[in-house]
Design a protein around this ligand. Structure first.
Ligand code: THU
Length: 163
């Protein structure tokens, strides 16, 4: 038997002001996006904002549907919009904020597994990390250097090929 120990890093900040200015602004853009989320069923609004290397910010938010599984998370709405509108433009970072309409959400919200897998493929393709900044409606802010920090063991396209 062999045991692998996986090392990952998450940095926690008390205030947005501790982040670089570009990331503070990205967090604000994610908060704006969160307000416009369409989440009448879960009443849990998520906003994402992606900074591209050309300076453009792309927003996304969760979009729900009465046929529940048809909805999509904020992170994928945002990253697919990048792929659709800015193909080949490198992604620098993504900020994610979330909160319930019914109770205080004072801790960072981490992206779901499907969103991690999706974002990781963009990171692998562009061969440079996509920083992730996460926050609830208030409280601490978490920051990871890249998507791999959130998904150290992942499904790779190599798995689809004969070796
Ligand atoms: N949601 C996101 O937008 N991102 C995540 O990473 C997790 C969950 C959304 C999906 C659904 O609209 C609501 O939050 C409750 O799960």
């Amino acid at each position: 038997m062999e045991k692998f120990v996986i090392h990952t890093e998450v940095f926690a900040f008390d205030q947005p002001e501790e982040l670089a200015l570009t990331e503070q602004k990205l967090l604000e853009a994610a908060t704006e996006a969160m307000r416009d989320a369409y989440a009448p069923y879960s009443r849990f609004k998520v906003g994402a904002a992606i900074l591209l290397e050309n300076g453009v910010v792309i927003k996304g938010n969760n979009q729900e549907n009465a046929a529940y599984p048809s909805g999509l998370c904020a992170e994928r709405v945002a990253i697919y919009a990048c792929g659709a509108n800015y193909p080949g433009i490198r992604i620098i970072s993504i900020a994610i904020t979330a909160g319930s309409l019914d109770f205080a959400s004072d801790h960072p919200i981490a992206p779901c597994g499907a969103c991690r897998q999706t974002m990781l493929e963009y990171e692998l393709n562009q061969e440079s990390p996509i920083a992730v900044i996460m926050r609830g409606r208030s409280g601490k802010i978490y920051r990871c250097e890249g998507i791999k920090q959130l998904l150290p063991i992942f499904f790779h396209e190599d798995g689809l090929k004969v070796r």
